[in-house]
Design a protein around this ligand. Structure first.
Ligand code: COA
Length: 415
């Protein structure tokens, strides 16, 4: 079976997490991704958070599958010439350097267009145009400036960042969509274009419901599904809502059997309106189906805290999996809090290729997250990340360099 992007050639000038997430996805869809790294050092993550001496870190390997690696000193005059040839032979250049770095290297948008007018140049930056456009940005900075941190955590505590890498990996996903869209438009225009995904914008896009709530708050002064109602006060900005659901169905995280010793013995429970009677039956509070204080969704809003406390009395008598099995029988939406250990060992995720075991020549076998997007006509086969410069000779030969020329460029330090 073919691959969706098998004719697409990507010059992958990315590093750390946001850019590599994007190009890894494109590689999984079949694009030929050539990762350009600095000779001798490579992507800084190769050596960050190392768990095995001398082996590429999991940080690197888990973000750079299915790619080829070529080392070029792109500040060396002869290295620049190699990069120019790559620009001429690729469809997309993806980069996430600090603002201005590509220009300083001599590869401005105008220069790239001169070299290859069909080239799509895709960038991740911390901020879009504006007062902060020159700033360097990492994951948690993006979470803070995109609205995630101010709306995450509990009302009586400080802002909290989330473990989901919505700033880096989230923006990489946004960029990947921008790239395939630009490739699609190029079919009719014949032209490349610049694609920008700013991390602040990407996080804000994922926090869209909180901007919704900001406007609701300004209009009404209160949001009845938030835990602050009726137990506290609302200020001028959307408050942190603890574990409350972001939608119209109230939910909370409840303790399950074993919570005293197991930090993940919890379940997310949703008091969905259509199954209210079943919820009352399961927890033994049948009278709530007719009690005017509990019978309707609107009547329940001021009592959510008591309702969840009562459901928790029931969930604490069951393990999270027992509770889930019972609740699912009645179509009551819920989800156990799964630890990374449990997820890594989950057979169904192995079966679908969402968790994959990969073999690496230096580090041996390791687990990774495979392609979360499944295409029926373009299946993903996850292959290991490249060693630093593993494909330099191969790619140079494809560009037409002879063995002698390659040896010369190596001697002068251009590759
Ligand atoms: C992530 C980030 C903060 C890292 O900053 P950094 O480690 O200081 O790295 P920079 O991006 O500034 O650039 C690296 C330098 O290496 C140089 N470089 C990179 N590849 C090279 C190569 N193959 N050969 C020679 N030089 C190279 C660049 O030209 C740049 O040099 P300059 O500063 O003299 O112009 C920064 O790249 C950034 O803000 N990126 C955009 C936002 C982003 O993606 N953040 C999330 C990362 S997960």
């Amino acid at each position: 079976m073919g691959k969706a992007l098998e004719d697409v050639r990507i010059l992958d000038f990315t590093h750390v997490q946001s850019g590599p997430t994007c190009t890894q996805l494109l590689a999984w869809f079949g694009a030929d991704v050539i990762k350009v790294e600095r000779a001798g050092a490579g992507d800084i993550t190769r050596e960050q958070l190392r768990d095995i001496p001398e082996a590429d870190s999991l940080y690197f390997t888990m973000l750079n599958h299915n790619k080829r690696s070529i080392t070029i000193d792109t500040k060396h005059p002869e290295g620049k010439l190699v990069l120019e040839e790559l620009i001429q032979s690729c469809d997309v250049l993806v980069e996430n350097f600090a603002p201005g770095a590509l220009d300083r290297m001599g590869f401005t948008w105008e220069r790239i267009q001169e070299l290859n007018p069909r080239m799509i140049v895709a960038s991740v930056k911390g901020f879009g145009p504006g007062p902060y456009e020159d700033c360097k940005v990492y994951e948690n900075v993006a979470q803070c400036v995109g609205g995630a941190a101010s709306t995450t955590g509990f009302d009586d505590g400080p802002p909290v960042v989330t473990g989901a890498q919505i700033g880096d990996s989230g923006t990489g996903l946004h960029l990947a969509l921008g790239i395939v869209t630009a490739l699609y438009q190029r079919k009719s225009t014949g032209r490349g274009q610049h694609v920008l995904a700013a991390m602040q914008d990407g996080v804000l896009n994922l926090c869209r419901v909180k901007l919704r709530d900001q406007q609701r708050l300004e209009r009404t002064g209160v949001m009845k599904e938030y835990p602050q109602h009726p137990n506290g006060t609302f200020g001028e900005a959307v408050p942190r809502a603890g574990n409350a659901s972001g939608g119209g169905q109230p939910g909370w995280i409840l303790k399950c059997k074993g919570w005293e010793t197991d930090p993940n013995a919890y379940i997310y429970f949703i008091a969905q309106a259509p199954v209210w009677a079943k919820i009352c039956n399961v927890i033994g509070r049948e009278e709530w189906t007719t009690d005017p204080n509990y019978a309707t969704p609107a009547a329940r809003l001021p009592h959510l805290k008591d309702i969840f406390a009562e459901v928790e009395r029931w969930t604490m008598t069951k393990t999270k999996f027992e509770a889930m099995a019972i609740l699912n029988k009645y179509d009551i939406p819920c989800g156990p809090i799964l630890s990374m250990k449990e997820i890594a060992e989950e057979p169904s995720l192995r079966k679908t290729g969402t968790i994959v075991e990969v073999d690496h020549p230096v580090r041996g076998k390791y687990l990774t997250v495979g392609n979360p997007i499944k295409l029926s006509d373009s299946p993903t086969e996850v292959t290991r990340s490249p060693l630093l410069g593993e494909h330099t000779d191969e790619v140079m030969a494809e560009l037409g360099y002879t063995a002698d020329q390659i040896a010369h460029l190596r001697t002068v330090g251009a590759i």
